[in-house]
Design a protein around this ligand. Structure first.
Ligand code: AHR
Length: 525
């Protein structure tokens, strides 16, 4: 019996002290002498469509709610989003934008009409959360407006008046109406989306028809805020592609190359979701195994190829990269949670979502010279959310923690890294085992993110730097017991970052990454 115990304990010891080679030792070099493009903070934007419980319940609970709120907006959600330094929130859609009529959402709440949200589930919309509430929410979280115009069922006049209501400083009738609603100062509208998926839910337009609309809206829908000049000027975002086909982008960029003084756009939007097995999305967001993990991550890596295809066309017509590529809808679109309204697009968020988010954010960072903005879909309770709520309860998802860990990358300079990613194979799916990016912030600190995709094997990383002598290092890592681990209202801390031991010797940093983990470390000189 004793002999058997001794045998078992020595076997355990052998398993726990995995030799370095078996732990997948990798050399990674960071070349701080060759900074690349700025990783715009706008790559970390959010999207809050008037859809399901994204806004109503997620952000807005009303002034009389027992849920702690400031002028109707949830305090817990505001506090959580402030931590992310969210640069902008896109609203009111999505497909919903092309049926939104802004006038129904201003003025005394009791006088606002109830309408039907025909885009998402035919549910009653009280219009209690309208333009002034959106601006209040942005102000509370310290974020910029990204307003999507209704060009599908609205008119240029309606949109022009909306911008006048929001931005006019001069005492026009609409500016006075805004003041009467409690907001004498003009708002800033940093980003203006001219339509949404106009080739589909936004009016099923051809590229030529959309271009004719774009020219009208980009000319007549004016930002009247005198403070919005120079770097603060409003940027116009045209509808771009939603499939890898490049015809739409070709038409937009060809026209843009010859644009006149009277119309313009500064960005082209791109939408692409990770679905794994086609449409409608059937991949479960809970209770899945490593096969589903590998399949979804394989599918998400297509983002890189998608961007390259569109960028090649943009480079042809805009070699100076004046027009930004804006990925203003992306993320995992999974099967709706059983028992929920399928039109509300509710899904759980697991460690797999965290890994998926880092892979996409790293792709965007590597394309930072052209991709200068991205908005994950969607902020709360919808698709790949940062936050889930249930009445007074709130939980932060694994994706939320990725966004928090990436805050130092906002507006930092991209720094090239080289390493042998190796491979991880699961059934018929082969993926790179590792992914990494680095950046240098304005204080001179180096930041390194490394993802160990492999769900079984740890990875030992030896990090060397050129153009930078590291004297101190610290970091945190996000992992969990299983690829489908989630945070719940009852157990909210299953997937949260924890400190990682970083050993620094003669300027060389060694890290041991846990399997299926996301790690961010800072290096100081
Ligand atoms: O994010 C959900 C929907 O996906 C948006 O409304 C639409 O733009 C896209 O098709």
């Amino acid at each position: 019996m004793v002999r058997r115990l001794l045998f078992v304990s020595s076997l355990l010891a052998a398993l726990l002290t995995v030799p370095a080679a078996a732990q997948q030792q990798v050399q990674l070099s960071i070349d701080a002498s060759k900074p690349g493009a700025k990783i715009s903070r706008y790559l970390f934007g959010q999207f809050a469509e008037n859809l399901g419980r994204g806004v109503y319940g997620g952000v807005w609970v009303g002034k009389d709610s027992p849920i702690p709120n400031t002028r109707g907006i949830r305090n817990d959600v505001v506090a959580a989003l402030k931590e992310l330094k969210t640069p902008d929130v896109r609203w009111p859609g999505g497909c919903f934008a092309d049926e939104y009529h802004w006038r129904k959402g201003i003025g005394p709440a009791a006088q606002r009409p109830a309408t039907l949200n025909a885009t998402w589930g035919n549910v009653i919309d009280t219009n209690a959360f309208g333009t002034d509430e959106y601006m209040d929410f942005l102000n509370q979280i310290g974020s910029q407006a990204y307003v999507s115009l209704n060009i599908g069922s609205g008119t240029p006049e309606e949109s022009a008046e909306w911008l006048e209501y929001m931005t006019a400083a001069a005492p026009t009738a609409l500016a006075k109406e805004r003041a009467a609603n409690g907001h004498p100062d003009p708002y800033q509208v940093k980003l203006l989306g001219i339509g949404n998926e106009s080739w589909d839910c936004g009016g099923a337009m051809t590229a030529d028809y959309y271009l004719s609309q774009l020219k009208i809206y980009s000319h007549f829908v004016r930002n009247m805020n005198p403070a919005q000049t120079g770097n603060d000027q409003m940027l116009r975002i045209a509808v771009g592609p939603g499939t890898p086909n490049t015809e739409w982008t070709e038409a937009m960029m060809k026209a843009h190359q010859r644009h006149s003084w009277s119309w313009d756009f500064n960005g082209l939007s791109l939408h692409w979701y990770t679905e794994a097995a086609g449409w409608p999305p059937t991949a479960p967001s809970m209770k899945f195994g490593v096969d589903d993990y590998a399949k979804l991550l394989k599918s998400t890596l297509f983002m890189d190829q998608f961007l390259r295809g569109q960028e090649a066309v943009m480079d042809k017509y805009d070699p100076k990269k004046e027009v930004a590529l804006i990925v203003d809808e992306w993320g995992a679109w999974l099967a709706p949670l059983p028992g929920t309204n399928t039109q509300f697009l509710e899904q759980q968020n697991s460690l797999r979502d965290a890994v998926l988010a880092t892979l996409n954010l790293n792709i965007f960072a590597r394309h930072a010279d052209r991709v200068r903005m991205a908005n994950i879909a969607q902020m709360i309770n919808v698709l790949q959310a940062m936050i889930l709520t249930d009445n007074e309860k709130m939980v932060l998802t694994p994706t939320y923690y990725v966004y928090k860990m990436y805050v130092p990358f906002q507006d930092a300079d991209f720094i090239p890294v080289t390493f042998d990613a190796g491979t991880y194979t699961q059934g018929s799916v082969t993926l790179p085992r590792l992914d990494a990016i680095a950046a240098k912030d304005s204080s001179g600190k180096l930041w390194l993110e490394i993802t160990n995709i492999d769900p079984e094997k740890p990875a030992v990383i030896e990090i060397g730097q050129t153009g930078f002598t590291a004297k101190a290092a610290k970091g945190e890592t996000l992992t969990a017991p299983a690829v489908d681990s989630i945070n719940t209202f009852a157990a909210p801390r299953t997937v949260v970052p924890k400190p990682i031991a970083a050993s620094l010797q003669n300027g060389k940093l060694t890290l041991t990454l846990e399997p299926k983990s996301v790690t961010v470390v800072s290096l100081e000189q």
